[in-house]
Write a protein of this length. Structure first.
Length: 263
């Protein structure tokens, strides 16, 4: 599948997160097929496939470090019913997640992969300070995208990382999709004025968010459309044909094949 040029719609000043142009494959928690999710090994394997983007989540440790974990606790991955915030970063790094991997700090990942772009979901308020500190210390503002379910968390991080890209939080997206559904282009542009991307499921509760019409309206408002979590090759091809800009996927291997025309 040929690489597409980005929309010609005017955008706010773009960070290096969006360079170069083309379809964006965001490896969801790294490439966790045969590797523990959100670990250095999963990220290394994703990058080895040829992707540039790593999607991850952060919670805070007991000592305030931003640690990479989708869940607030250890139960799903370790069987231990302990919240992350009760353990220090050093203790979390020593926990065996398999394949010699422990929990990874955001700072560790940013330093380990200095060319990678990180899509960071700030999952808790106590992770805000650690996220800011990690990105600043790595001088990585130009290669991160900050998102969060809650606008307050997202905006608190962005206030301290003015060069970072961002995607719409849940409330902002709800207003944006209502405006898009109504065809209210001027309102949509106002809502998304300081947003770089919408990162959304294709549908939820019977409501379809991703259509050729909504994609066209989002592009006209100057934002990219990234869809999660897309793991089937047929769905990838269909969404790319509709015009989406990025795929958040557990199967970065398949996504690479699709974008190269091998699938």
């Amino acid at each position: 599948m040929p690489r597409r040029e980005p929309s010609s719609a005017p955008r706010r000043a773009r960070s290096g997160f969006f360079a170069p142009a083309g379809v964006r494959i965001l490896a969801h928690r790294g490439f966790a097929v045969g590797a523990p999710e959100n670990t250095l090994l999963a990220f290394e394997r994703a990058l080895a496939l040829g992707v540039d983007y790593l999607e991850t989540d952060v919670h805070a440790s007991a000592d305030g470090a931003a640690m990479l974990s989708h869940d607030p606790g250890l139960l799903r991955l370790t069987g231990r019913n302990i919240p992350l915030r009760q353990l220090t970063a050093a203790q979390l790094r020593r926990i065996d997640l398999g394949d010699g991997q422990g929990y990874t700090g955001l700072a560790d990942a940013l330093h380990a992969f200095p060319q990678a772009r990180f899509n960071i979901d700030v999952k808790s308020a106590d992770a805000i300070a650690g996220t800011i500190r990690a990105v600043r210390e790595a001088k990585a503002e130009d290669r991160v995208l900050i998102t969060s379910f809650r606008d307050a968390r997202r905006l608190a991080v962005l206030a301290q990382l003015p060069g970072a890209a961002t995607s719409a939080s849940a409330r902002t997206f709800a207003i944006a999709i209502a405006a898009a559904s109504a065809g209210a282009g001027p309102m949509l542009r106002r809502v998304l004025k300081n947003i770089d991307a919408v990162q959304i499921p294709e549908s939820r509760n019977g409501v379809r968010f991703v259509t050729s019409r909504t994609i066209r309206l989002f592009h006209a408002a100057g934002v990219e459309v990234h869809v999660w979590t897309v793991n089937a090759g047929a769905d990838m091809r269909r969404l790319l044909a509709l015009g989406v800009d990025g795929l958040v996927t557990d199967r970065a291997d398949l996504a690479v094949q699709v974008t190269r025309g091998d699938q």
